[in-house]
Design a protein around this ligand. Structure first.
Ligand code: SF4
Length: 181
């Protein structure tokens, strides 16, 4: 029997949610028995060549490349999951949402005291992704099927959710797994 296929991506995130996947410790061996990883930073597969059963998304959308990646995941994954606060509500990167993009760029590249005066310029290479007016949670860009809260979600939560998703069972996440206090 073929194994369920999982893909993962980090958009505007810090890779902490991916680290939490690895935090399931030796159960990673069981997971590798249960599933096949496809496009993911975990195995460095960079392009989709098949439809995946579950897509795990870390981080929200702060630029055009994030939107493109997220849409590609929606197209290629039967179930798409927002993993962690950045994917669910923008998280820390969304702290810029109340500040105009122009002011953010000027502060980072022109006025920041740690920038060498000789290097003071706002990057403008046409190859760079376009920065969005704000950081968008994933569900405001594409349909998201499930949400795993936390910063990062605990390894236990990710494990239980993954097992349920690959077995096609409902996500029955108890309060102790999703509480923040
Ligand atoms: Fe990092 Fe937390 Fe965002 Fe996950 S939710 S990408 S751990 S900041």
């Amino acid at each position: 029997m073929s194994k369920p296929i999982i893909a993962t991506a980090s958009l505007a995130g810090c890779f902490g949610c991916h680290m939490s996947v690895l935090d399931i410790d030796d159960r990673i061996l069981t997971l590798i028995d249960l599933v096949e990883f496809h496009k993911s930073p975990i195995d460095d597969i960079k392009t989709f060549s098949k439809i995946c059963d579950v897509g795990l998304i870390e981080g929200g959308c702060c630029n055009s490349e994030n939107v493109e990646t997220l849409r590609e995941f929606r197209k290629n994954c039967k179930v798409l999951v927002s993993v962690g606060e950045c994917a669910i509500m923008g998280g820390l990167p969304a702290m810029r949402n109340g500040i105009p993009v122009k002011d953010c760029l000027e502060e980072a590249y022109l006025h920041c005291p740690t920038v060498d005066p000789a290097d003071r310029m706002i990057p403008n290479d046409p190859e760079l992704p376009i920065i969005l007016d704000k950081v968008y949670p994933c569900h405001e860009v594409v349909k998201i099927d499930a949400f795993l809260p936390g910063c990062p979600p605990s390894a236990e939560l990710i494990w239980k959710a993954l097992v349920a998703l690959v077995e096609g069972k409902p996500l029955d996440l108890t309060y102790d797994l999703v509480k923040f206090d």
